[in-house]
Write a protein that binds this ligand. Structure first.
Ligand SMILES: Nc1ncnc2c1ncn2[C@@H]1O[C@H](COP(=O)(O)OP(=O)(O)OP(=O)(O)O)[C@@H](O)[C@H]1O
Ligand SMILES: Nc1nc(=O)c2ncn([C@H]3C[C@H](O)[C@@H](CO)O3)c2[nH]1
Length: 214
């Protein structure tokens, strides 16, 4: 019985692999709050105004899902809480959050993380699966999925935002040490359209889970 968390940049394939993996393991999938997220479109319209509010929104939703997923102890989570901080600090570095907002957010996140062992059975997931994609693939997938406010023709400055985010993910994954981790090549493996690729990815994850349990 394990809690597995999917990580990766925007459009990397986290939701797709979450569904596949939860189905394979017979466990429950916990998706990121996107469709019902009333702040997300506002953020893309006016990031300076809404970066902080969006972050609080995600933190609140994510924490509620983690508590539930970790209590049940056999679940798959679409995106980790550790990536929220990466996204927020990128926005702060772009001048979309001031120093006070950064301090309040960092302290709130730390405070909430300290509560996890009480609120749930464990503090960290059993395995983090990072889907690594190149910047070119990231752009293609964002276009393929087609959320209007994420498109480059909606806001051309998103090009630099996505490029920097994709770059920061490499360092983030290299430094991640809260649990065992594994990387999937999302450029080469089309686990969405190819059943064979899906089986291969699932076999890699199964093997890693076996390793962890022994
Ligand atoms: N390995 C893949 N091969 C081909 N297409 C893929 C692959 N992974 C995802 N896709 C497609 O790319 C798009 C984005 O995938 P998905 O929604 O799973 O990404 P995500 O990481 O959950 O994104 P976000 O963080 O923005 O919610 C979808 O249209 C999906 O079908
Ligand atoms: N700014 C910001 N901070 C977050 O913690 C965060 N988490 C997700 N997202 C955005 C990325 C996709 O558009 C969409 C779906 O992942 O939501 C975030 N944006």
């Amino acid at each position: 019985m394990s809690v597995i968390v999917l990580a990766g940049t925007i459009g990397a394939g986290k939701s797709s692999l979450t569904a596949l993996l939860a189905n394979h393991l017979g466990s429950q999938a916990f998706y990121e709050s996107v469709e019902e997220n009333e702040v997300l479109p506002l953020f893309y319209q006016d990031p300076e105004q809404y970066a902080f509010l969006l972050q609080i929104y995600f933190l609140n939703k994510r924490f509620a899902k983690i508590k539930k997923a970790m209590q049940e102890d056999n679940n798959v989570l679409d995106r980790s809480i550790y990536e929220d901080s990466l996204l927020f600090h990128l926005n702060a570095d772009l001048g979309r959050a001031n120093d006070i907002e950064v301090r309040v957010y960092d302290e709130l996140l730390n405070n909430m993380m300290e509560e996890l062992p009480h609120a749930a059975h464990k503090k960290h997931p059993d395995l983090l699966v990072h889907i690594k994609v190149s910047f070119t693939t990231m752009l293609k997938r964002i276009q393929k999925r087609g959320r209007p406010y994420e498109q480059l023709d909606y806001d051309p400055t998103l090009y630099e935002y996505y490029q920097e985010l994709n770059k920061r993910y490499d360092t983030w994954f290299a430094n991640y040490n809260h649990s065992p981790k594994i990387q999937i090549d999302g450029d080469r493996s089309n686990f969405v359209e190819s059943p064979q690729a899906a089986q291969e990815v699932l076999a890699i994850i199964d093997k890693k889970l076996k390793e962890i349990r022994h």
